[in-house]
Design a protein around this ligand. Structure first.
Ligand SMILES: *Cc1c(COP(=O)(O)O)cnc(C)c1O
Length: 467
């Protein structure tokens, strides 16, 4: 018998061994460095000719790979905006790999119907009207691409073009945004709209859009089709465009309004933060993320639109062998991929296990922990906030020891300081540059982060403050 047959016969025993390996990772998460700072690499082993079987492969994983992982699931990985994973979501994701379903077309199993239910639940969680239909994606980047593809189709129709069919030739479309996320810029390129969009000024000392500047740009534009990318939660300072006013302008100037709310959409589930994302339901399309603040495993993004027909017109797959009759959507007609992961299942599990209350608590607690850190920094004589803490991200830096240090020297000092902080393995922070000042971002998005974790990081910052 070959290794494949033997493994299949021993599937139960193997799954126990694999489960133990996963549990060991979890048990030792607290001893693991939040992130590695030494850029670990695989040894250049020859590709196996004769396979070694799943048990030996696991041993190799445990020696070569597992020790060199980051503690992204741990409570002090505060880099980027990294969600944790709830127990139910994490275990469900293991089921997804093990049952290997493909919700591309419905009818031959219940998976597309589960995805539809999850989209309806999330719509309710975010307080969006039923006019919004949606699809699960690989992340906010993919969702931003879908939003731009919809906007492109809409803008084409305004000038008598069916861009999905005829392409961009002759199309005249202008895109406006103040602080478009880097992923949106990438998507503008992918969508054929060009990365060089019309950059609108921001309000003074803010990342939010200057409405007068937007109004002028829209009024002066000669373009026959217009798309506005509004921001609901910017990564550097967590700022929010005034969505009501932006929606008014888009209506008046017949522009498609896409809102990037990768994590900002979650503000809508907290009474004291909901105003930040007020009127997002006036958007034509909305991006959000599951693998960030919903705390489901990678990869999982969310996309909603009031005009899902624009998406289906652009992305429908026409082939007789793919035609089905079902009361569930054909999700491959709403996304980039034909074959798709059953990423609805971890969301279904986590919402079923912890409910909307449990998930609101995650968001609320993360905001409190960010505020706790920000309060300490505000009182510190060594560190300073670079912008006020609005949500779950704290942007700060070390103050310079002498008052007249040039900005570039301050920045070099802070770059070194960030490296020193991360090298302790106690916490992982990523950089953020605001108004020319190099700082550190602590983005708290994991359900596990407690008051004590923040105190531990404060103690570390205190200890390193004069190094
Ligand atoms: C994280 C983020 C993205 C990109 O999301 P991915 O899930 O990494 O693709 C886009 N926009 C904003 C505002 C984000 O925070």
């Amino acid at each position: 018998m070959d290794a494949l047959q033997i493994d299949q016969e021993n599937l139960e025993g193997l799954s126990e061994e694999y489960r133990q390996a996963v549990m060991a990772y979890h048990r030792n998460l607290d001893q693991r460095a939040a992130a590695r700072s030494d850029d670990p690499q695989m040894p250049r082993l020859a590709m196996p000719k004769e396979g070694m079987g799943a048990a030996s492969a696991l041993t190799q994983y445990q020696t070569l790979i597992e020790p060199n992982l980051a503690a992204t699931l741990g409570p002090r990985y505060w880099g980027f905006i990294t969600g944790g994973s709830t127990p139910a979501a994490m275990l469900a994701d293991g089921i997804v790999g093990s049952i290997d379903q493909n919700p591309s077309t419905p009818a031959d199993s219940i998976t597309s119907s589960v995805e539809q239910q999850v989209i309806e639940w999330l719509r309710e969680f975010f307080n969006l009207p039923a006019a919004f239909e949606g699809v699960l994606t690989t992340g906010a980047t993919a969702s931003n691409l879908l939003g731009l593809i919809c906007g492109r189709q809409f803008a084409g129709e305004q000038q008598g073009l069916d861009i999905a069919k005829a392409g961009m030739q002759g199309a005249n479309i202008e895109v406006f945004s103040a602080t478009a996320h880097a992923s949106s810029v990438k998507c503008l390129g992918m969508a054929g709209l060009g990365q060089e969009y019309t950059k609108i000024a921001t309000l003074p000392d803010r990342e939010a859009i200057d409405l007068l500047a937007l109004e002028q740009a829209l009024a002066n534009s000669q373009a026959k089709g217009k798309i506005v990318i509004a921001n609901c939660g910017t990564v550097t300072t967590n700022d929010f465009d005034d969505l009501s006013a932006v929606a008014d302008l888009c209506e008046r100037h017949h522009a498609w309004l896409h809102v990037d709310a990768a994590f900002g959409l979650f503000a809508r589930c907290l009474p004291d933060k909901a105003h930040l994302a007020k009127d997002i339901e006036r958007a034509d399309s909305i991006t959000s993320d599951g693998h960030k603040w919903l705390n489901v495993p990678y990869d999982c993004g969310l996309f909603f639109s009031r005009h899902i027909d624009k998406l289906e017109t652009s992305l429908s797959v026409a082939a007789p062998y793919l035609a089905v009759e079902s009361s569930s959507p054909t999700f491959m007609n709403r996304g980039i991929e034909n074959s798709r992961r059953f990423r609805a299942l971890p969301i279904w599990f986590t919402l079923t296990a912890y409910g909307t209350e449990g998930h609101k608590n995650i968001v609320a607690n993360n905001c409190l922990r960010a505020q706790q850190l920000a309060n300490w920094i505000e009182q510190s004589s060594t560190y300073e906030l670079l912008s006020p803490c609005q949500l779950n991200t704290v942007l700060f830096r070390r103050q310079s020891s002498t008052r007249h240090t040039a900005l570039d020297l301050q920045n070099i000092d802070n770059k070194k300081h960030l490296k020193a902080i991360n090298e302790t393995g106690e916490v992982f922070l990523t950089p953020g540059v605001w108004q020319g000042k190099y700082g550190f971002r602590a983005a708290i998005s994991n359900w596990k982060t407690t008051k004590d974790d923040v105190l531990r990081v404060i103690a570390l910052l205190e200890k390193l403050s004069n190094d």
